[in-house]
Design a protein around this ligand. Sequence first.
Ligand SMILES: [Mg+2]
Ligand SMILES: [Zn+2]
Length: 166
Amino acid sequence: MKKKAIFLDRDGVLNNEKDNYYVFRVEDFFLNDGIGETLKVLSNQGFIFIVITNQGGIAKRLYSSNDVEAVHNKLYSLLKSYNVRIEEIYYCPHHSDVGNCLCRKPKNLNIEKAIARFNIDRDKSWFVGDRESDIEAGKLSGLKTIKVTANEDMSYLREIIRKRTV
Ligand SMILES: [Mg+2]
Ligand SMILES: [Zn+2]
């Protein structure tokens, strides 16, 4: 059976990026309020979670993929304390200042990879992001979309998804 998924942008949605445009230090990485509890509720409803993030700072040589992976290990472990599992984190290491690719949002290659790999039902799945490029990428893949306000308490997500999923 196909799975229903919630695709999540990282910076601004899962973690607070208020004081850092590029979050690449483990010590700067903190979950937004309400996100752990909210994902737990949604996972009990049968959703799986995939993170899709642009990390163009790698192409700009501001930080390395090792830095990104260290941050992602912290993300996995913070969410584990809420008993929440992320299936996979797909990140685009490219930047349009440096060259073109098919995976930097608003492009949707990484979403399509996840849909194929995890056998995801587009009609029952969502993309949650804080920028227009997130929403555009989600729509390209035929997902329902939610644009949140960055860095805020994410508890209201469960209500939106509940109301629009019935
Ligand atoms: Mg963001
Ligand atoms: Zn890319």
